[in-house]
Design a protein around this ligand. Structure first.
Ligand code: UDX
Ligand code: UDX
Ligand code: ADP
Length: 474
């Protein structure tokens, strides 16, 4: 009953909607794909050579499909009117006030989008059936609420609401979309719901092997997304908790991570100790899960998952505290070079970046910060750190400039370029003693020590690293 091939649009041209739709258009040249946003500047950027987000390989794919079967537009109404499949990929930030503040998701954007879809369908002459697809991470049972809004506001149009959570990670979005571990399509288990699931699953099957396209009921799909992110974040908090124990016992967190990861039941990925996880998803999704558990009367489950965030906050604080403690308990007036501000490498995204917490903590200790990141825009620093703090912070376009004259360097993001800097040259330009804090374990600590740096690395007992006998110091 659905048009074949179905026309597709997406409300929200952000980190998820933009790349996802771009890859869909590339892989399905016979399908017209329109990506819409309320933000005119964002759409103009998608239509230009300076895309609004940085993602390796994205530019090439956009240029191949744009104007052929991929379009970026602010004309949301026309897109809704003409398309069969309507993805909704709008922000769902954690609520800042009201019921569930600090935990529950703010669904204002989602509900507005649903009402907009309903209004256009109502006004439209043609009553073609619609499939509305939830792409943003939303709390379990949101699809139900959306279906209710639609049913009440939209008469005469047959529609189905599906959940199709996105599992791409930033920095590897294009690879992840080309070869996903799985695509998950959840929907109502009614004949109409199953037909809608088939229609959407068939789009993905054009490039994703059939056994990787999983279909479930609506709630399983919604809950799987929250659970996947909670499990991934839990692994990081787990290894980070052990990193603290490594530092005091003489164990090495990289060795421990490797030794446990080779157990096929555990697996090797996502075990890198760090200054803490960031990104728009992990914290938000866990808080969502916690809120959900509480509201369904499961406080023990809520508490269990909440610890993942408690541990992450502690790790970020612990890093800043270790810096101050190592530098003779004061950083007041000292220049500190911050290498990396994005929440991970290969993205300019800073949402929930641990760098924000570390910079704020060091600023409160009155350190003089000089920040370098290859992709973060100048405006973003102002947004994240505030105008007042920025008056005292230097943003550099060159890592050597940031490090010159500094008492210490802190590596916060694991950018590859930081591995190959000329650390002898940097050392020569710094105040002595010169400290380096590796929050990602990407540097050669022995070599840095030989140059003369005092090295601190997460999850490493530095005395042990430097002790050729290999015996742990007491
Ligand atoms: C995550 C999920 O991986 C993805 O499936 C989901 O769709 C969205 O959320 P993303 O936040 O883009 O993706 O990046 P991810 O690679 O998961 O990294 C998240 C944070 O964890 C980063 O700050 C990263 O530096 C940190 N991290 C990751 C570690 O500290 N150690 C690790 O071993 C892995
Ligand atoms: C465990 C470790 O697996 C092993 O590597 C270590 O050397 C000793 O401890 P064991 O206790 O013998 O081995 O059995 P295991 O298969 O790990 O199961 C432990 C418990 O977990 C059992 O009660 C099992 O029923 C339960 N379990 C296991 C689950 O409830 N769910 C699972 O998915 C797996
Ligand atoms: P994500 O990381 O989930 O993709 P982003 O914040 O990067 O989130 O992008 C979401 C986009 O959705 C923003 O560009 C925002 O302007 C857009 N948006 C919000 N509400 C609507 C709406 N009703 N219709 C279209 N776009 C919307």
């Amino acid at each position: 009953k659905y048009e074949d091939p179905p026309k597709i649009c997406c409300l929200g041209a952000g980190y998820v909607g933009g790349p996802t739709m771009t890859v869909m258009a590339k892989k399905c040249p016979e399908i017209k794909v329109t990506v819409c946003d309320l933000n005119e500047r964002r759409i103009a950027a998608w239509n230009s050579s300076a895309l609004p987000i940085y993602e390796p390989g994205l530019q090439e794919v956009v240029e191949e499909a744009r104007g052929r079967n991929l379009f970026f537009s602010t004309d949301i109404e026309s897109a809704i009117r003409e398309c069969t499949i309507i993805f909704v990929s709008v922000p769902t930030p954690t609520k800042k006030s009201g019921i569930g503040a600090g935990e529950a998701a703010d669904l204002t954007y989602w509900e507005l989008a649903a009402r907009q879809i309903a209004a256009v369908c109502n006004a439209s002459e043609n009553k073609m059936p619609k499939i509305i697809v939830e792409k943003s991470t939303v709390p379990v049972k949101t699809a139900d609420a959306m279906a209710a809004v639609m049913a009440a506001a939209c008469k005469g149009t047959d529609f189905q609401v599906l959940s199709n959570p996105e599992f791409l990670a930033e920095g590897t979005a294009i690879d992840d979309l080309f070869k996903p571990d799985r695509v998950l399509v959840g929907g109502p288990q009614t004949p109409q719901g199953l037909a809608a699931i088939e229609c959407l699953a068939n789009v993905y099957r054009k490039w994703v092997p059939t056994e990787r396209v999983l279909t479930t009921n609506l709630w399983s799909a919604e809950l799987s997304k929250l659970t996947a992110n909670a499990f991934l974040a839990q692994r990081i908090s787990s290894i980070n908790s052990i990193s603290a124990l490594c530092e005091v016992t003489g164990a090495d967190v990289s060795e421990v991570g490797h030794a446990i990861g080779v157990d096929s039941r555990i697996g090797p990925k996502f075990f890198k100790a760090s200054v803490g996880f960031g990104g728009s998803c992990f914290q938000k999704d866990i808080l969502n899960l916690v809120y959900l558990c509480r509201s369904f009367g499961l406080p023990e489950v809520a508490e269990y998952w909440h610890q993942v965030i408690v541990m992450n906050d502690w790790q970020k604080r612990r890093f800043a505290n270790a810096m101050v403690a190592t530098m003779f308990n004061t950083v007041s007036g000292k220049r500190i070079a911050i290498l990396g501000f994005a929440f991970k490498k290969d993205t300019g995204d800073t949402r929930e970046s641990p760098a924000i917490d570390v910079c704020k903590a060091l600023s409160e200790e009155r350190a003089k910060l000089a920040i370098y990141d290859p992709k973060v825009s100048r405006e973003q620093y102002y947004e994240d750190l505030g105008k007042e703090a920025m008056e005292k912070i230097e943003i550099d376009e060159d890592p050597y400039v940031a490090c010159a004259g500094a008492h210490a360097i802190a590596v916060i993001t694991e950018w590859d370029v930081f591995k190959t800097l000329d650390y002898q040259k940097i050392f020569n330009s710094m105040s002595k003693p010169a400290f380096i804090f590796d929050g990602r374990n990407i540097l050669d600590h022995r070599k840095l020590s030989e140059i003369g740096f005092t090295v601190w690395a997460v999850g490493k007992c530095m005395k042990k690293v430097l002790d050729t006998e290999g015996s742990p110091s007491p």
